[in-house]
Design a protein around this ligand. Structure first.
Ligand code: NAD
Length: 434
């Protein structure tokens, strides 16, 4: 099929590369000229395992091309995906300005029938708004489908290639059949393609992210309770996860969730509910718990240093909001570093892939950013582990002691073996761990 993906970010680029890999002719369009120029040269603007090889292979055989030209992007394809950002507004609602600008532009450029697919995460009612925005510009027939994306950064290519399910939001069976044909190569193992109305499809995406965020905030609350009552959340986690009804995924305690999706999507669904005069009390709490959780280590740190960290040096391991990505949107490392800086501490931070992103966000004003994680420990009064990168799981503890001013670890992801670390004479503090 001939496809265009508008918006060449995490979702658009992965979708474009994977669709090309499955035999389609794909145009990836973006307004960011620098990004498109880099992609044309084979440079991948984001860190995502497996993506570079896929882009390279499909660019070489011309199945994947990059452009900033909207006219070409619209006219040369039969199916047009909208995959632009939907960042949060001040009031928590999703900013639809990019989506609607693209819709308007599609309407202005189309010369024959098109299927327009909303892949961006958008609140209920957006398909209707997209339809209206296009319909204002043209009398040529078109259809709008809601097809939310569930990939996760760090495993995006695999998630797209082998989705747990594909959601197709349309009431038109002819359109649903075309979408099913497009996605068929990705669900050979029998995972479902679920056709539903567009409003349910839009809400499915927010509900999925909300329930995952709820599991995280829930276990974080239990971890905080463990701290108070003297229980060990790692024991509790293992105890509950073995129950098949609960399972082990998304019940790892830590310094809260971040990223480009959970924080904004939880805010947006709360806002949507408000617009319909409904108060989502559980999700309101999920968000509040998460905001507090990002700085949950600070009282422990202050207590250890007798109330002041002025003049102390802290090593931070991990800046991205989770491993295997350079995405720092809403990353807990940001408020932790800024708070330590505000309290007069010196911060030396490492991340395997997110240092240039951290620089772009201006984090180098608050911390020295280092390429080597042992170098970040030089003269440190404590290490704070913020992101659970594999690199940090089995460090050389003897070397750490040599580098550090004091053998103190605050483990914001509970990834170190507490017993082992204590046996090596480190002072160790986790989340909800005795
Ligand atoms: P992103 O910020 O990485 O990329 C968005 C791209 O859209 C940018 O390259 C930007 O230049 C481009 N863009 C903006 N306005 C444009 C316009 N008018 N015309 C052409 N291009 C334009 O965003 P993302 O992380 O890929 O997210 C895109 C959408 O997918 C969001 O709604 C997000 O919630 C959703 N989503 C994201 C993920 C994820 O893990 N990142 C997962 C599932 C769904």
């Amino acid at each position: 099929m001939k496809l265009t993906i508008i918006g060449t970010g995490y979702v658009g680029l992965v979708a474009g590369a994977c669709f090309a890999q499955s035999g389609n002719n794909v145009i990836c369009m973006d307004i960011d000229e620098d990004k498109i120029n880099r992609l044309r040269k084979g440079e991948i603007p984001i860190y995502e395992p497996g993506l570079e090889a896929l882009v390279e292979r499909n660019s070489k055989n011309n199945r994947l091309i990059f452009t900033t030209n909207m006219n070409e992007a619209v006219q040369k394809s039969d199916i047009i995906f909208i995959a632009v950002g939907t960042p949060p507004e001040e009031d928590g609602s999703a900013d639809l300005s990019h989506v609607l600008a693209v819709a308007k532009s599609i309407g202005q450029h189309m010369t024959d029938y098109k299927i327009i697919v909303n892949k961006s995460t958008v609140p209920v009612g957006t398909a209707k708004k997209v339809r209206a925005a296009i319909g204002k510009e043209t009398t040529i027939p078109f259809d709008v489908v809601s097809n939310p994306e569930f990939l996760k950064e760090g495993g995006a290519v695999d998630d797209f290639m082998y989705p747990d399910r594909v959601i197709i939001g349309t009431k038109k069976s002819k359109v649903a059949e075309i979408m099913k044909e497009l996605f068929a190569p990705f669900v050979r193992t029998g995972n479902p393609m679920i056709v539903m109305d567009e409003v349910s499809a839009e809400l499915t995406k927010y509900t999925a992210n909300s329930i995952l965020a709820t599991k995280i905030s829930f276990i974080n609350e239990i971890a905080n309770l463990c701290d108070v009552v003297g229980a060990d959340v790692e024991m509790v986690r293992r105890g509950i996860g073995s129950d098949k009804r609960i399972g082990y995924s998304f019940i790892f305690p830590g310094v809260g969730y971040g990223g480009s999706c959970f924080p904004k999507d939880v805010k947006a669904i709360i806002r949507t509910a408000k617009d319909f005069d409904y108060h989502l009390r559980i999700l309101q709490s999920v968000e509040e718990v998460n905001e507090k959780q990002k700085l949950i280590l600070l009282p422990k740190i202050l207590k250890f240093f007798n109330g002041s960290v002025q003049g102390k040096t802290f090593a931070i391991w991990g800046l991205s909001f989770k491993p295997k990505t350079d995405d720092m949107r809403e990353a807990p490392a940001i408020p932790i570093i800024k708070e330590l800086h505000r309290l007069g501490a010196k911060v030396q931070a490492h991340d395997p892939v997110a240092l240039s992103e951290a620089r772009q966000l201006g984090l180098d004003k608050y911390a020295t950013l280092l390429d080597d994680y042992y170098e970040a420990l030089e003269g440190a009064d404590a290490l704070i582990l913020v992101t659970e990168w594999l690199d940090y799981r089995e460090p050389d503890f003897e070397l750490m002691k040599e580098k550090m001013n004091a053998a103190v670890i605050f483990d914001g992801r509970n990834i170190l073996n507490a017993e082992k670390v204590k046996d090596l004479n480190f002072s160790y503090f986790g989340i909800g761990r005795r």
